[in-house]
Design a protein around this ligand. Sequence first.
Ligand code: CP
Ligand code: NVA
Length: 309
Amino acid sequence: MTAPKHFLQFNDFTREEFEYLFERASWIKGKFKRYEPYHPLFDRTLVMIFEKASTRTRLSFEAGMFQLGGAAIYLNTRDSQLGRGEPVEDAAQVMSRMSDVVMIRTFEQSIIERFAANSRVPVINGLTNEYHPCQILTDIYTWIERRGSIAGKTVTWIGDTNNMCNTWLQAAELLDFKVNVSSPKGYEVEPAKANLKKGSAHFEQFADPMEAARGADIITTDVWTSMGFEAENEARMRDFADFQVDAEMMRVADKGALFMHCLPAHRGEEVTAEVIDGPHSVVWEEAENRLHAQKALLEYLVCGRIDSK
Ligand code: CP
Ligand code: NVA
């Protein structure tokens, strides 16, 4: 049996594969919007394991699988044997004999890697502490829909430097754009944690968020306290207080800049209501595009390349 292809971090795919997926997402989205049935995953099953909460990821994978003609099964830690100590390796053996593709949202990246190493079918990262590749696949697809290629552009990342930021940094290396990062002291990017191949060649760290935002094409941020880090909430509210995306920041960005946020958002913390509900914001398109981009991803992992007709 040949080893299946997984999407555990952005780096797992090549630039050509992303170019294919962006095109494919657009084709699949168009077909869906025209109400033309398309069922390449008829009789196929996606298993989704959630060890953390989710709205968008669950909805988009479940609806996407259904729309492609297949079925999705939702498992969480509370109701499955995973929460009672069944080894991840054993779970992978069993689940991958009953399904065609698996999506996991969990804590440490090492958990999903252990699962994938024992899986007979492709495994997709639906968010770990370290990475959120499906979200960045979608965010870049959303940029391309609105503005064309992302190569040579500048993305400004404001705030915490964990899963979302790490994945933007990997994407910048692969798709040849730049990320300006501005985060509080003590929360700066760690290139080794982000698993960057080119070190800091595609990003720059700024102490001043306004400097990071100057001339940017995309301004993006995320919650100050991610899932699993709730114990740090009080300290983080203090540490991140000066790292809010506001109208002043959007004014120093490029005139056509887009504001992105993976959601859920906290208005008045990482972003003002004026920005997230304002004219630069594409957050609802971003959320919808999770569906279309991940349908392309599911199709690719289960069926391989298909020529768009
Ligand atoms: N952006 C995102 O992954 O949302 P959920 O946590 O709702 O899945
Ligand atoms: N960084 C956030 C993203 C949520 C989609 C978290 O990990 O909770």
